[in-house]
Design a protein around this ligand. Structure first.
Ligand SMILES: [Zn+2]
Length: 234
């Protein structure tokens, strides 16, 4: 019996996956935009270049994340469709063999010959294609991956993450903006690290440290490079 909220409850686990993907997408936005604006702030105290770089980085990052998701989920869906088409053709061409295969797969799950045959019969009568797609391919023909949904979700997550370092950089006066951004970004990464670990059922400690260390390193390196380039540009 499935208890609502338990991990094997498919609706909940798919929502958890989406949420976790959203947090990871937001992390990308936070780290890459923070690195960008901190780097430019290392080169100049003027607000214009920081704003331009931040907004350009946000848009470029959101588009590339969306494109990446669209391409990868589209090819996953193409593979799923090809597998389903092949299964549908086999079902039409070899209905008896396919039925025996369904029986054998239920036998392999531990059912007796009679029960496996009964189950296969009832599933075949109800929807043979869905039964084969489920047991052989672990696919629900009505629930294939949607590339547009994935693309839009990752663009939104990246944008939401990017807005934070951008505002943290532009709100305070130039003398404190880098320090404020660093504190805000590290506090946010600690929160998202904790959240994504919890969503994945993992202990949060290491995830938080990893993410904060990575974010701090990213900002430190870009700030250093920005300062060097700024000095050199004079
Ligand atoms: Zn089959």
């Amino acid at each position: 019996m499935t208890h609502p909220g338990e991990p094997h409850d498919t609706a909940v686990s798919s929502r958890l996956n989406w949420l976790r993907a959203g947090v990871l997408g937001a992390n990308d936005g936070i780290v890459s935009t923070a690195g960008l604006v901190v780097g430019v702030a290392g080169a100049t105290t003027a607000t214009g270049p920081v704003l331009t770089a931040g907004v350009a980085g946000l848009v470029a990052g959101a588009v590339s994340m969306a494109l990446g998701e669209y391409v990868s989920v589209s090819s996953q869906r193409d593979t799923e469709r090809a597998l389903l088409d092949k299964e549908r053709a086999e079902l039409a061409q070899f209905p008896e063999q396919e039925f025996e295969e369904l029986v054998a797969l239920h036998r392999a799950k531990g059912l007796s010959e009679a029960t496996a045959r009964q189950v296969a019969r009832e599933l075949t009568d109800k929807d043979a294609f869905a039964a084969h797609a489920d047991i052989e391919l672990r696919l629900d023909p009505g629930e294939l991956a949607n590339p547009w949904q994935a693309a839009v979700a990752s663009a939104i997550a990246f944008t939401a993450g990017s807005v934070l370092p951008l505002v943290a950089m532009l709100a305070p006066p130039p003398s404190t903006r880098v320090a404020v951004t660093a504190v805000v970004v590290l506090a946010t990464l600690a929160t998202t690290g904790w959240l994504s670990a919890r969503l994945g059922g993992a202990p949060p400690g290491r995830a938080v440290v990893r993410l904060m260390a990575g974010g701090a390193l990213g900002m430190a390196v870009t700030y250093g490079v920005g300062s060097l380039v700024g000095t050199a540009a004079g």
